[in-house]
Write a protein that binds this ligand. Structure first.
Ligand code: PRX
Length: 653
């Protein structure tokens, strides 16, 4: 594993260190904010367990818990003995309160079609779909895979699984059939819910068609349910495939919510790690719901009349926690949009903000950098005065992008919350409280109340001011409970770098004199592309899977829009096609194996990969070469003596 600084360019660090702007919450925002003083931090620090127990009261429990926390590092159990149901908490209790007719989802498809579902509408459909799942043999504990576009039926399907105690595993619609297949097989899912297709940038995402490829090698799948999004062509396999709308017609309108144990699994979500095989991150019910319910309210200062829009796809954890569970638990009204920000024009997001009066907007730095590239004029034709808070997530935000967002989208009126967290943490961990915390552009600021973080050195020594590894030093309710089917990997991946009770995030960070955290990116072999994780090993496996490739090594290089991009060093076998032709073939091959997100930005052909004497690939050298720091902008390393000489030089250093 490389040291934290190694992967971060000096320029980035220098820029962060020079960054000394402080932007306090605007007075008008502070005056109305839910949290305006330090009391929540103080309360949490006094007794973290009592604090989280207090937060768990936000939920409706069928049976109260016996114990708040059982912590046998690295195994944590929260709210043991307690019983509750996620769909009941997101829906039933709102139906019984004044929220019955409130809009839960204001949905817009990419072509411009719209639907609004009230809490009642959602409740009714979730009940019916829960009965559909039962009628097809799905039982508590069974896994259900969801491979869908951003349509309300995805939310309905997740909550219907939760209602009957089935475990959902959502697979991002942009993943390839092979990625879907791997996830279904790892989870041993019994049923798949998909759609005929979805719209993206004006074209069709042929989900059912792709799913059919995957299913040819997924023996665990017994039934498939297809949501009809449009008139997309597909084949229906008799006996196995069923149309959603037909099943819903006959479904009974009430389904008893299953009283789940607080520690029963709510979902599995796959994410990339440092091996070729994605990890199925396991989240359970009581602690996860407590964590996302509380953080949604604190970080977004959520109020009853807000219109909340998190632009993340539900296929990622941000969509799970801050499109589905967090906002619905809080009875919020949300905008949900199916498609691309530049369809039909580059102002689509701002038009949506204007049209629906969005007040809280949460997106990724990569999107902001794309908007910057398009130019501020695209933000100017829409009325953005409804916005009162902006958020970012998924990757470090450079201060320039932060300022641009603040200036052109927020019009210098809206606090910006930079939120650090992970698939594994389930909930936001480091972020400002917008009515309280002065922001420093580029810093996620401080750990939230009840969250305990530290910057540690290699030996686990705390670095109060300075750079090192970001660790989480106390269990938190929404923490992952394991990796599906791989308890050993859970232990070695997260809890063995130092002591068993210290969680290793995989991120580098600096802590400044005021206790603010500045995230520096991954320190392991994981690349963050547009806020999404891809393991270098996954891309390498996809490349060597090609018949012409002898060896491959991938590194992350900085990209002005995506944050990072993949550079692949490839050694071809003798007799393969010329490099110019192989370049596009290999990029497409990776797309087909994993998904478009993993497409290498640059392929550099080389006769030899630089390795240490023990055979370890010298990734730092590769990064320097790929970023042009050593050789200028080369794409072909025809002369291997260059690499040999560089390697010698590095070894001598
Ligand atoms: O490297 C950190 C980066 O994204 C990683 C987590 O990725 P994932 O599990 O896909 O979840 C993304 C959405 C929660 C982290 O290890 N990351 C996430 N948020 C930030 C960030 N890096 C810097 N600043 C952030 N706000």
């Amino acid at each position: 594993m490389s040291a934290p600084e190694e992967k971060t360019t000096d320029a980035v660090v220098a820029a962060l260190l020079e960054e000394n702007r402080v932007i306090p919450p605007p007075d008008h925002f502070r005056a109305q904010a839910r949290l305006r003083d330090e009391s929540l931090y103080a309360e949490a620090a006094r007794d973290p367990e009592a604090f989280w127990a207090q937060q768990a009261q936000r939920l409706t429990w069928f049976k109260p818990w016996d114990k708040v926390l059982e912590w046998n590092p690295p195994e944590a159990k929260w709210f043991t003995g307690g019983r509750l149901n996620a769909s009941y908490n997101c829906l039933d209790r709102h139906i019984k309160s004044g929220l019955r007719n409130k809009a839960a989802l204001i949905w817009e498809g990419e072509p411009g079609d719209t639907r609004t579902l009230t809490y009642w509408d959602l409740y009714r459909d979730v009940n019916k779909f829960a009965n559909v799942l039962k009628s097809l043999g799905v039982k508590k504990g069974d896994r259900v895979a969801l491979y869908m576009p951003m349509i309300p039926e995805l939310v309905i399907a997740m909550l219907a699984c939760a209602r009957i105690g089935a475990i959902h595993t959502v697979v991002f619609g942009g993943f390839s059939p092979e990625s879907l297949q791997d996830r279904i097989n790892d989870a041993q899912a019994k049923l798949l819910v998909t759609a005929d297709g979805g719209f993206r940038k004006g074209s069709i995402l042929p989900l059912k068609h792709d799913a059919d490829y995957a299913l040819s090698k997924c023996p665990s799948i017994e039934k498939v349910i297809i949501v009809k999004r449009d008139e997309f062509p597909l084949r229906v396999r008799e006996g196995r495939d069923h149309w959603y709308h037909r099943l819903m017609q006959d479904a009974a309108p009430w389904c008893e919510p299953e009283p789940m144990d607080a520690e029963d699994v709510l979902y599995i979500l796959y994410t990339s790690g440092t091996t070729g095989k994605p990890k199925g991150i396991v989240h359970t019910t009581g602690g996860y719901l407590t964590g996302v319910a509380a953080t949604t309210e604190w970080v977004f200062d959520l109020k009853a009349d807000d219109v909340f829009w998190c632009t993340a796809d539900i296929g990622w954890v941000t969509g799970h926690s801050y499109v589905v569970y967090g906002p619905l638990l809080n009875g919020a009204t949300q905008v949900m949009y199916e498609g691309s920000p530049d369809w039909p024009d580059k102002d689509r997001f701002w038009r949506l903000v204007d049209k629906y009066g969005v007040s809280i907007f949460y997106t990724a730095p990569t999107a902001i950098r794309t908007f910057m590239k398009w130019g501020p004029e695209w933000t100017q034709g829409s009325d953005l005065s409804s916005l009162r808070l902006l958020g970012t997530v998924g990757e470090p935000i450079n201060p320039e992008a932060w300022m641009w967002y603040y200036k052109y989208v927020g019009r210098e009126r809206c606090p910006v919350v930079d939120t650090w967290w992970q698939t594994e943490t389930g909930m936001i961990m480091i972020a400002p409280l917008p009515g309280l915390t002065p922001a420093k552009p580029g810093s996620a600021t401080r750990p939230l109340p009840g969250v305990s973080a530290a910057v540690l050195d290699d030996q686990g020594g705390e670095i109060p001011v300075g750079g090192g590894y970001l660790a989480l030093t106390r269990p938190w309710p929404a923490m992952l409970r394991g990796i599906w089917g791989d308890p050993e990997r859970y232990r070695t991946q997260y809890w063995s770098k130092w002591r068993e009770d210290l969680y290793f995030t995989g991120d580098g960070a600096k802590r400044d004199e005021e206790g603010y955290y500045w995230l520096l990116g991954r320190v392991d072999d994981v690349i963050n592309i547009s806020g999404h994780r891809i393991g270098t090993m996954e891309v390498e496996s996809a490349l060597v899977d090609h018949e012409s490739v002898a060896e491959a090594a991938c590194v992350g290089i900085s990209d002005p829009v995506k944050g990072e991009a993949i550079a692949a060093f490839v050694t071809l076998k003798d007799g393969s096609l010329p490099q110019e032709r192989m370049d596009e073939f290999l990029k497409r091959h990776v797309e087909a194996k994993i998904g478009a997100i993993a497409r290498p930005g640059k392929i550099i052909f080389t006769g030899d990969l630089p390795k240490t004497r023990s055979g370890k690939i010298m990734r730092r050298l590769l990064r320097d070469i790929a970023e042009g720091r050593l050789l200028g902008d080369i794409t072909t390393l025809a002369d291997d003596s260059v690499i040999t000489n560089l390697k010698k030089k590095y070894e001598e250093e």
